[in-house]
Design a protein around this ligand. Structure first.
Ligand SMILES: O=C[C@H](O)COP(=O)(O)O
Length: 312
């Protein structure tokens, strides 16, 4: 990962001045969605890039050590070996960026990866009251998580209690220690674009390494207009502080086509520096299946039967 964002003193004046032009954001998002996406081998290359940016996720109440183990194996070998070989990519170390599980499953994931001699990071995401969340973070760090996804208290953002929100995120950052922190804004519950921008800015001021759209459990998750607002905040924060903060859209991202639009959006809005797992992740539980399917089609000119691409 890159140098960490140390954060900065809470700048309430900056936050209070924020105004987002909704129409301009919607227009920009529409423009990006209308962009031509790469075809043929360029598309395959972009899809492999997307694979390397995936936080392969399972956040289900009934997760078990064995489905987490399968998820880890899939993260280590996300695309079938023969398909990679046909593209001459079999020895390039193509893996997903991380696996992402609930805190209670971190140790399982960590042990599975260790047993497979993999140094892939385990990310952990929780969604409970502050004290429990802090406890979950401690547990996840102790279990070997290198990355922690924490969710903000939406009420604080909705009611403009920015100082309290800043203090809360700082506490998370301290509790994360060396583990990198991705702060989830749960944008589907923040109301306006202006609030999304403010919450993004504040999360970065409080020292987040990444800002992330959603837990994947809200009704509205990763959308392109909201992403525009968040990445503009990332850009402004970078221009002001010199620190690059990562971006992670998550929730409801299912198709290779969507992955290509996400890559386009990042390239256009933040530039190539952000097009790598250090600064960009796709949080997704089922996206990889469609990407592997499209890669299969690229290599063989046919679509696979379900059993030909076993998914974790
Ligand atoms: O952080 C990742 C999300 O929980 C994944 O959401 P998804 O299951 O809709 O892909």
């Amino acid at each position: 990962m890159s140098d960490r964002n140390p954060g900065m003193k809470l700048d309430l004046e900056w936050i209070s001045k924020v105004r987002v032009n909704t129409q301009a954001v919607l227009k920009r998002a529409q423009h990006i969605q209308g962009q031509k996406i790469p075809k043929k081998q360029w598309q395959a290359a972009w899809l492999l890039k997307a694979v390397t940016c995936i936080d392969l996720t399972t956040l289900a109440g009934d997760d078990t050590p064995s489905n987490v183990h399968r998820l880890c194996l899939k993260a280590i070998q996300p695309v079938r070996y023969d398909l990679l070989k046909k593209m001459d990519m079999h020895n390039k170390g193509v893996t997903t960026a991380a696996v992402c599980v609930y805190p209670s499953r971190v140790a399982d994931a960590f042990n599975s990866l260790k047993a497979a001699n993999s140094s892939l990071p385990v990310a952990s995401a929780g969604q409970t009251p502050l004290e429990t969340r802090l406890q979950e973070v401690r547990m996840a760090v102790a279990g070997g998580a290198a990355e922690i996804d924490v969710v903000i208290n939406r009420t604080l953002a909705l009611t403009g209690q920015w100082e309290a929100m800043y203090d809360e995120i700082r506490q998370f950052r301290e509790t994360c220690g060396d583990a990198h922190m991705k702060t989830i804004l749960a944008i589907g519950e923040l109301g306006t674009f202006t609030n999304v921008y403010k919450a993004s800015l504040l999360a970065m001021m409080a020292g987040s390494d990444f800002i992330k759209t959603s837990t994947g459990k809200e009704t509205v998750n990763a959308t392109y207009p909201v992403a525009i607002v968040m990445v503009r905040a990332i850009r402004d924060y970078y221009l002001f502080t010199g620190h690059k903060v990562g971006f992670k859209p998550a929730g409801g991202i299912r198709t290779a086509q969507e992955a290509l639009v996400w890559l386009t959006l990042i390239k256009e809005e933040l530039g190539n520096d952000w097009l790598c797992p250090v600064l960009f992740r796709l949080g997704a539980s089922s996206l990889l299946a469609d990407i592997e399917r499209q890669i299969y089609h690229h290599v063989t000119s046919q679509y696979p039967a379900y059993h030909e691409l076993p998914m974790a």
